[in-house]
Design a binder for this molecule. Structure first.
Ligand SMILES: Nc1c(NC[C@H](O)[C@H](O)[C@H](O)CO)[nH]c(=O)[nH]c1=O
Ligand SMILES: CC(=O)[C@@H](O)COP(=O)(O)O
Length: 158
């Protein structure tokens, strides 16, 4: 279902895992920081809302979404980290650069999660326009950061 037909922030709280002793890393891309900061706020607040201890949420920044894979790996390889949330926003420009970044970061994050056998969540917006990004970072379609945090919690309860 397209995001425009649902809210990224709506989710069932039934059977949610106790995450009071779980440790989370949130890796945030600095490109389009007005958007990624909103994604971070959504993810952080959702983790705390569901019981994560603030001291158990570690934030790291990377320059751009392309670096989320390596930043995510540096966090996932740490034994005490239970889940990693990677947040970014790649906005279509004039060239094919968008395609290369999106493909690389989607595959890269997938590879890290499989390599370290732990949730590494793809919380990356790939909109065509700035407005589409804002709509999905706390706007009319909710917050992708919320969705990424809930996804991490659900995967820990697998
Ligand atoms: N154009 C966007 C980028 N570009 C930068 C890359 O992510 C990367 O940092 C660079 O190619 C050096 O490796 N990054 C985004 O996150 N969003 C964009 O819209
Ligand atoms: C996704 C990008 O890297 C993009 O913003 C770069 O813009 P352009 O394709 O116009 O160089």
């Amino acid at each position: 279902m397209a995001t425009s037909l649902k809210s990224l922030s709506e989710h069932s709280s039934k059977n949610i895992l106790d995450i009071s002793n779980k440790k989370f890393a949130i890796v945030v891309s600095e490109w389009n920081e007005d958007v990624t900061e909103a994604l971070y706020s959504g993810a952080y607040q959702t983790l705390v809302q569901y019981g994560a201890a603030k001291e158990n949420i570690i934030r790291k920044n990377v320059p751009g979404s392309f670096e989320l894979s390596l930043g995510g790996q540096w966090m996932a390889q740490q034994e005490e980290i239970d889940a990693v949330i990677c947040l970014g926003c790649v906005i279509q420009g004039e060239t094919k650069h968008f395609d290369f970044i999106c493909d690389a970061v989607a595959q890269g994050i997938t590879n890290v999660s499989l390599k370290y056998n732990k949730p590494v969540i793809f919380g990356v917006l790939t909109p065509n326009t700035q407005q589409q990004a804002l709509d999905r970072a706390g706007g009319k379609h909710g917050n992708k950061g919320d969705e990424a945090a809930i996804t991490a919690i659900k995967m820990l309860g697998f």
